[in-house]
Write a protein that binds this ligand. Structure first.
Ligand SMILES: Cc1ncc(COP(=O)(O)O)c(C=O)c1O
Length: 354
């Protein structure tokens, strides 16, 4: 089962990884991130890593150290050494002025870090899933070139985005570069069974003073679980046979067309974003977002909040359109109710006063 899954994954891997990659299976996304870090260290002989501020790459000590969110560092004492965090070109502050100049400034600052020539890997989500923000291809091209000239690995964390979520099979396909390693999880086991994987360039197998294939990278009891492999094979086949990648793209667009105008007409809504079936409704303040969430929970709709003010919907790729739209109607209603209760118009007007 594990071999069949590995063959299926490599034959559908993006870019130059297609039929030119090796697969390692792991029981969780965090473990996959840990293995990717080990491969980068073994292949490059370096140990430092760059990740984005505010990123999340897992809950184990190594993956939490890599993550840019302070919440996961708190109370932990010393973390994995050598992690450098940098500004992504898609945070709230940046998107407000997101133009060629500010993207170039973010690219220059990560290039300067990579050019110090002691970085084993850059680890990042190709699309920021927590808040549903695109990262421009120009940025990725510059990061890819900087990695190439310094012998640094580019690792894409596709744990939330892989297998169709972004409207393409891989979020990597939105970047116009191919990373050296990809980690996937979550949707790999159909969102139900714990199964994750690392996809790495074939040539790494023989890399390093001790070839990577001879290193103890994983060794997790359940890493090659036949049940996990069966779940992953069934998931990939269903995604392909039921054209769920195209559906993710078309249903996402239909959702945007149906709701963008209606939502942005409300003073409480700052922005509506959609990439495949990654949907975000950004509100004007965290308090309102929390209140909307509790009203929705009382009315049977659950969602995650990203970046304190964005309502994030990641529905199943085969969700019934009526269910998705019904849930969005409940959210619209809750935004309307809570805006009135909080007197949002007045709050916005007073916050805009000089
Ligand atoms: C971007 C990203 N990386 C890594 C992980 C960790 O995956 P897991 O929870 O399977 O360990 C997550 C989980 O939320 C994630 O969103």
């Amino acid at each position: 089962m594990a071999t069949e899954l590995a063959e299926l994954l490599t034959s559908h891997a993006p870019g130059e990884l297609k039929n030119n990659s090796r697969i390692l299976l792991t029981p969780s996304g965090s473990a996959a991130v840990g293995i990717a870090l080990k491969i980068a260290r073994a292949c490059t002989g370096k140990y430092k890593t760059i990740a984005f501020h505010d990123s999340f790459h897992g809950a184990t000590l190594d993956s939490a150290s890599l993550s840019g969110q302070e919440l996961f560092h708190r109370g932990m004492g010393s973390l994995m050494p050598g992690v450098v965090h940098t500004q992504p070109p898609s945070t709230r502050n940046c998107t407000e002025c997101m133009n060629d100049e500010c993207i170039a400034a973010c690219a220059t600052s990560i290039e300067n870090l990579i050019d110090q020539d002691d970085i084993a890997a850059v680890v990042a989500e190709p699309i920021r899933a927590t808040t549903v923000h695109r990262i421009p291809t120009e940025y990725w091209k510059r990061v890819r070139s900087a990695c190439d000239r310094n012998g640094t690995m580019l690792i894409f964390d596709e744990i939330p985005t892989g297998l169709g979520r972004s409207g393409k099979l891989w979020a990597t396909e939105h970047t116009s570069v191919t990373p050296d390693l990809i980690v996937i999880g979550k949707g790999l086991g159909g969102g139900i069974f714990p199964q994750a994987a690392v996809i790495g360039r074939e040539e790494f197998n023989d890399y390093g003073p001790t070839p990577v294939r001879e290193l103890a990278l994983g060794h997790y009891t359940h890493e090659k679980s036949p049940v996990g492999s069966a779940a992953a094979i069934a998931t990939i086949k269903t995604v392909l046979e039921e054209n769920l990648v195209a559906r993710s793209s078309s249903l996402g667009r239909e959702w945007l067309t149906t709701y963008r105008e209606k939502l942005t007409a409300m003073k409480a809504v700052r922005e509506v974003r959609q990439i495949g079936l990654m949907l975000a409704i950004e509100l004007v303040c965290p308090e309102l977002t929390d209140r909307v969430m509790y009203e929705c929970l009382n009315n049977g709709v659950s969602f995650k909040i990203g970046g304190a003010t964005s309502i994030i919907l990641f529905p199943p790729l085969n969700i019934d359109t009526k269910i998705l739209f019904g849930a969005t109607d409940v959210i619209c209603e809750a935004i309307r109710d809570q805006s009135i209760q909080m007197n949002v118009s007045k709050a916005i007007a007073s916050s805009n006063e000089p």
